[in-house]
Design a protein around this ligand. Structure first.
Ligand SMILES: Cc1ncc(COP(=O)(O)O)c(C=O)c1O
Length: 403
């Protein structure tokens, strides 16, 4: 390239490795190929799971077409209030609802972005993040001009949370350091803190004046109960913390492409509500102006209709039970095949992902057997079904024995 260009300083950005895997999967002509890579919930036939309650909400919306006018700067009111209730629960809202500022934002990613920008405006830029983790956090912190510090989240030897490392980090960082936590169904490890561990974390954070930020992208898909999965957030609220929550409806309503989410900011003195709320709105105005309406309207219909909400909650439970059933099937099959190694973590972990412990090399060998997982060993359990689960387990068995 010899022509002088204003773009000459740019180099090509790397694709997300998962995109490459998806392209290879699409090109593979084998009818028995299995996709357990990208983090979307699949149904029994391997298609993206579509919630029946969302189909019903679409129907209701079509019959009550609100048109396409601008909505409000803070988002669709009924959606934001429903989203608040889902996260904080009726009790907190009844007693201290005026201690929560909330706006609609662009799903989980956009909510995180607005929360990070908001934290920056109040001087919070140092982020502590346990790894492995969702790969977008680091680049997102860098993008807003913050600094990321990593600690170990997962102990390969015990195949569970590396709690010692977290405690050591909490005990050594400066005041007002930000800890970015996933509330449940940790991506990619499927390993979450226990209540006792959250309590210990909270004690140290309170004593050392550290700041949490919660990313909740899988509420309901851990335990099957949306309220139970919100426990850490409600606990930190009741412990008197000030913090942001970044909420996504991509997974628990299957609204991936509609970009439905909210940012909530908890303040201890409701006198600050007008300042916090208006700052969130002003930030969003500069970034996006208005949030997209269609998906949020569907979510609002569900969250403001008791019967439909109950049906949606049942569906969340149903899909979670299916994940648990598939995990058990994997363990049973690997046990039957006497696959070398300890595979019990498949039933101990939560949510969509199984952090299998398979290496990048083993993953490449799996691809040759038409099983498309991720190089870090993260398996999307919902991609398994009656037709492919035996092939999946046999492929793992063969790859492990090839060592
Ligand atoms: C842990 C975590 N946080 C946030 C997100 C962002 O989700 P979205 O922006 O699609 O709502 C994801 C998506 O996979 C995730 O796994």
């Amino acid at each position: 390239m010899t022509v002088q260009s204003i773009f000459s300083q740019l180099t090509k950005e790397e694709d997300d490795p998962i995109i490459k895997t998806m392209q290879e999967y699409t090109r593979d002509p084998n009818p028995g190929k299995i996709d357990v890579s990208i983090g979307v919930q699949k149904d029994k036939s391997g298609k993206c799971y579509e919630y029946r309650s969302i189909a019903e909400a679409k129907h209701i919306l079509a019959e009550n077409d609100p048109g396409h006018n601008y909505t409000s700067m803070a988002g669709i009111g009924d959606f934001v209030s429903g989203a608040q209730r889902l996260i904080f629960g009726d009790d907190i809202l009844a007693e201290r609802g005026s201690n929560i500022a909330s706006i609609q934002a662009i799903s989980g990613t956009g909510s995180l972005h607005i929360a990070m920008l908001f934290y920056k405006t109040i001087g919070l830029t140092e982020y502590y993040i346990g790894v492995p983790t969702w790969q977008n956090y680091g680049p997102m912190v860098k993008h807003i001009g913050g600094e990321t510090h990593y600690y170990s989240y997962y102990d390969e030897s015990t195949k569970s949370v590396d709690f010692k490392s977290i405690l050591a980090t909490l005990n050594s960082v400066p005041v007002h350091s930000v800890f970015l936590f996933q509330t449940c169904c940790h991506n990619p490890t499927g390993s979450d803190f226990t209540h006792a561990q959250w309590q210990e974390i909270s004690n140290i954070m309170k004593q050392r004046r550290l700041i949490p930020i919660f990313d909740t992208a899988y509420q309901g898909l851990g335990s099957g109960d949306l309220d139970a999965d919100a426990w850490p957030i409600r606990y930190f609220f009741n412990q008197g913390f000030e913090f942001a929550v970044c909420q996504s409806f991509s997974k628990n309503m299957g609204l991936y492409s509609e970009r439905v989410g909210c940012v909530h900011v908890v303040l201890q003195d409701s006198g600050y509500l007008p300042a916090v709320q208006s700052n969130l709105v002003a930030l969003f105005r500069k970034e996006c102006s208005f949030a997209p309406a269609f998906g949020a309207r569907l979510a609002a219909i569900i969250l403001n209709n008791a019967k439909l909400e109950e049906r949606w909650r049942c569906e969340v439970k149903e899909t979670t039970l299916r994940l648990k059933y598939l995990r058990k099937r994997v363990l049973d099959k690997l046990t039957e095949l006497k696959t070398p190694g300890n595979w019990t973590n498949v039933v101990e972990q939560n949510g969509l992902f199984w952090f299998s412990g398979l290496t990048s090399e083993q993953n490449s060998k799996l691809i040759k057997k038409h099983v498309y997982s991720t190089s870090m060993g993260r398996v999307n359990i919902s991609g398994l079904n009656e037709r492919n689960i035996d092939h999946f387990c046999r492929a793992i068995d063969e790859v492990v024995r090839e060592e």
